[in-house]
Design a binder for this molecule. Structure first.
Ligand code: ADP
Length: 473
């Protein structure tokens, strides 16, 4: 099958979160299964010179976007059996940040139009176009409105994946025609509208042949008002084409036996202990073998359940534990951790930055990994943690519920510690339970670590499920 992906971030070229990881791994898994897979991504300034040197300058054309006629260069690169195409326009993509610009709507509308316009130039017609989140939500819309009837595009199917329903691409009515080049009639008909705004995610749900999201539980949850962020009625109406497929992780990129970020790659608990000592000394902390180290890596936002952490942070740090935090995000939570550092300088380390290297050192050097998300479409961090033998403590929601089951000592089952209610003291209780098992039940702990490191979170199974969805349409 000929499968085309369009996404606003693709690891290892550019990544801010889970979407980038998925785009770095799923296409390669599909290519390994024998499909012709090509991935489109903007050529941001953030994509380094190292990668640019490997790219081939393929062609350029002009893309019509409303009244604008914009330059579009196409570069390509082959990796892991996948062809990556980078869409070049310095006006749109040479910016200090990937998202958060005043004209994000226009930037990603341009990208969405460009990926369709370039196909004939590349002499390639995909069977299916798979788009991801609001930034590429206009691809199926443009396809249906402007391309589907043209001979060189006829019969292509579209799939849209929701990686996070909280970000829907909402804009004022005025941008639809003037910026995106879509007739205002599609506002008046209600097709592209939610709560009075142009809503790109809603439009993609309606326009695509199939809609997927990144875990079976999240697929159920987003059909309810609590999780649906106002799109739940649209998803209920379209549940016949909604599928929940769990993400995997790149088992080679995240492998404690070969990870170059670690002081000592490892395959067992003794090797992990060396990394724990290295992490503590890197963070300026001390602790003996009985002191559990709890790691946290992620965006510091409400979604990640940080108000629960805020409510009981002093209680957590009153115990004999070390907390190692890596993340960037809301000022409120950055300050919360900095304040905790002032109160408990010997218990907590706080790094407010983005560092893949430090992230891996934390996955390797921690005993426990705390991820009490309020909502979690899939979550990769808990799987990466397990791969490094670090036992997750999670709230039972979305993909966390689908990947982590509660440890039950007398049954010898489970791979982590979980709580259900969005309640800080329930979380504190399981943190203490987990630390108790770590300190007092070594055989059980060792089994948890060993099972975690041996679990298969690879992409092969999920890639097959995507192929089933492609075939179904
Ligand atoms: P989300 O997509 O909601 O951000 P996921 O758990 O699905 O959450 O994926 C987050 C990914 O980004 C993981 O690979 C995690 O290690 C990485 N990550 C998040 N924050 C940081 C950071 N500050 N430094 C390095 N890696 C980070």
């Amino acid at each position: 099958m000929k499968i085309m992906f369009a996404a606003s971030e693709v690891a290892p070229f550019v990544k801010t979160g889970g979407l980038g990881d998925v785009m770095g791994a799923l296409p390669a898994a599909l290519a390994a299964a024998g499909h012709d897979v090509r991935v489109f991504c903007p050529l941001y300034q953030a994509i380094g010179a190292g990668w640019r040197k490997e790219m081939t300058d393929l062609c350029h054309l002009y893309v019509q976007l409303g009244w604008r006629n914009q330059y579009c260069g196409v570069f390509s690169l082959e990796k892991d059996g996948v062809t990556y195409y980078f869409i070049d326009n310095e006006y749109y993509f040479v910016r200090k940040q990937i998202y958060g610009e005043y004209d994000d709507g226009e930037r990603f509308a341009f990208f969405s139009k460009a990926v369709l316009d370039v196909l004939p130039e590349l002499g390639w017609k995909p069977d299916v176009i798979h788009t991801n989140d609001w930034q590429t939500a206009l691809v199926p819309v443009y396809y249906n409105l402007m391309f589907a009837a043209r001979q060189e595009y006829q019969g292509i199917k579209t799939v849209f994946t929701i990686h996070n329903i909280a970000f829907q691409g909402r804009f004022g009515r005025d941008v639809l025609e003037y910026v995106m080049g879509i007739d205002d009639a599609h506002y008046r008909s209600g097709f592209m509208v939610m709560d009075g705004d142009v809503n790109l995610m809603k439009a993609a749900i309606l326009a695509s042949g199939a809609v997927t999201t990144v875990s079976p539980s999240y697929a159920e949850e987003i059909q309810t008002p609590y999780y649906g962020c106002r799109l739940d009625p649209i998803l209920r109406d379209n549940s016949y084409k909604l599928h929940g497929i769990l993400n995997g992780i790149d088992m080679e990129a995240f492998d404690p036996a070969t990870d170059p970020a670690l002081c000592k790659p490892y395959t067992d608990l003794a090797g992990k202990q060396v990394n724990k000592e290295a992490l503590l000394s890197l963070c300026g902390l001390t602790g003996d073998a009985d002191t559990p180290v709890i790691g946290m890596v992620g965006r510091l936002t409400d979604q990640k359940g940080l108000d629960l952490v805020e409510a009981v942070l002093d209680d957590i740090l009153a115990d004999d534990v070390r907390l190692v935090v890596l993340g960037k995000g809301d000022w409120r939570y950055e300050q919360m951790f900095l304040d905790a550092k002032r109160r408990h300088p010997d218990k907590i380390s706080v790094s407010l930055l983005f560092s893949a290297e430090l992230a891996n050192q934390i996955y390797a050097g921690s005993d426990l990994f705390l991820m009490p998300s309020k909502t979690e479409p899939c979550g990769l961090a808990q799987m990466i943690a397990l791969r490094y033998g670090t036992i997750p403590i999670v709230r039972e929601t979305g993909g966390l519920k689908d990947t982590i089951t509660a440890f039950v000592d007398y049954l010898g089952t489970g791979n982590g510690f979980t709580f259900y209610s969005y309640n800080a003291h329930d979380m504190l209780h399981v943190i203490r339970e987990a630390c108790g098992v770590y300190r007092h039940n070594r055989p059980a702990w060792e089994a948890l670590v060993k099972n975690g490191m041996e679990s298969d979170f690879g992409w092969a199974r999920s890639a097959e499920k995507y192929v089933e969805v492609y075939r179904s349409i």
